[in-house]
Ligand binder design. Sequence first.
Ligand code: ADE
Length: 251
Amino acid sequence: MFRCLKVYWKFTYKCASGLDFKLLTKMRIDIITVLPELLQSPFSHSMMKRAQDRGLLEVYTHNLRDFTPYKHGQVDDYQFGGGAGMVMMPEPLANVLEHLKKERDYDEVIYMTPDGAVFDQKTANILSLKQNLIVICGHYKGIDERIREHFVTKEISIGDYVLSGGELAAAVIVDAVGRLIPGVLNDETSALMDSFQDGLLAPPVYTRPADFRGWAVPEVLLSGDPKKVDTWRHEESIKRTAERRPGLLDS
Ligand code: ADE
């Protein structure tokens, strides 16, 4: 998978470097939320802003309350069988999902939930090749199971802890996926050199000055010999991975 992605990236980055962005596919992400305000800032700066300014990424938020047939914008209710905590009702969710799906085909309908598959770089790589994604942000006790059964195609957790809602988790995956869209990063190699891309953590990095308070940059990085630098970086990646995440080396 990573090998194919590398070839695809190299090709599309070539297109991007010729500034012919028309050749690049655009990704559209529709996020369903009860707190659209929470999702404004994460996509208005830095790389996510650049991706949108370049027409490579479109992110839309949809307020679930706009799709409820119930009074006062109600979107949640008590759970059948009793117990604490509210559940997000199926009807507003079905309404917004059907409204979006009428407009275009979606590759995935993703539900952000702590009991989903744990998000990783491989999933980010795969999602970065998609064109249209829907992301549902859960709240309270979660969404009615029937929506999971009949609409959701992928369930993602960003880690084994519980957030108060899926919005921050959605922001994490949009960022991780969005930066991989060819043309978003300026430097073709930087996504390929990320931690986890080859199953290893990234090596240490240094910048000027070469000597800071008597702490010197490793000699090899100043050698001007790219082969030696590559070998050193690879060795450092392995060393760092063995020390910090030995499990990655097993797989
Ligand atoms: N919603 C609440 N907690 C979450 C988590 N850990 N990952 C994804 N969505 C969530």
